[in-house]
Structure formats: C-alpha cells, structure tokens
Design a protein around this ligand. Sequence first.
Ligand SMILES: [Zn+2]
Ligand SMILES: [Zn+2]
Length: 172
Amino acid sequence: MDAHVRALRRATTMSDVDYDRLLILPPTAGPPPTIVDAIVSNPQSFHREAAWQGHCAVCGRTDDFWHAHHVVYQQHLRDLHVVAYDTRGALRLCIRDPTGRRAGDCHHAHHDGSRRVKGSELTDDNLAHVLWAHGGDHDRAAAYLQRYYDAPDAARLLATRVGATRADRRAA
Ligand SMILES: [Zn+2]
Ligand SMILES: [Zn+2]
C-alpha cells in the first residue's frame, strides 16, 4: 500500500470525523484510474445510507425499528486503521419491535450467530468496502466475509460484484 494512503488512513482514524469527509486519492503513476476512491465517513451519512436502503436486508421489514449495521465491525475497522463511518459499510438490519406487532430481530440474530447475514444479502457497496478495508486484498476480504457472514461464496461475490459494470453482472 502506498505511504500516502497509509498516512491518509491514519489521519482520518485519529480524528473522530463529525462532518462529511471526501478523500480523493492523489494521482499515481501509470494508467489513469477508472474508479475514483471517494469516501464519505460521517455517522449521520452512515445512518442515512441505511435509511435509504429502505428495508431490512435479511427479512425486508420496512418499519422504523432498525439499526445501521457496520459490515466490517467497528473494532475491526479500528484494528485495520480504517475510517469508522464509511457509508459503503452500512447495512440496514431490523431490530426487535417494542410494540410487539412484528416478529424478528435480524441485527441481533446476526451478532449472536443464530442467523448470519448471507453474502448475497450484502450490497455491492458493502462488498467494495470490505475489500477496501483489507487494502484491496481479495483473499483477506473473502476470509473476513467467510468468518463473519454466511458467505461460502465470498471470493466469487467479490470477483463478480465489486467494481463490475451492470453488463458484467448480467454476464456473470
Ligand atoms: Zn429483518
Ligand atoms: Zn451490527
């Protein structure tokens, strides 16, 4: 990994970001990049991203009882020296409905291991975030997904859904 990327990651991890932060990586030698690595890390934006998803990624519930789950867990983001609220890492998962009208608590079920979120239930952005958090290393990203998600097909998901165009995805 380039020194400037490491420095940027350290800088953004140390300050607890409370405003929209846009990181545009400086140009590197070689062919022009096809993907601009622009990251928004902000707790409110993170929450809004999960709200925008509109429904629980597992059961589809659309009511107001949900959490913005960190697809790469927060303690792991710290260990990896990666920003804490990258909007790509947010996933909407339902929580217990205190009124008792609806059953289910997909967020708790994921963390207690009774019903892990499936790799196929993650968004394309989630997968890109997992890969990015692991320095672009497909093997480490796949190992992470296999350990913390129900994703035996993690390597294939990363290969076909990260950075793929819609045409690529149709062909896959
Ligand atoms: Zn749910
Ligand atoms: Zn969670």
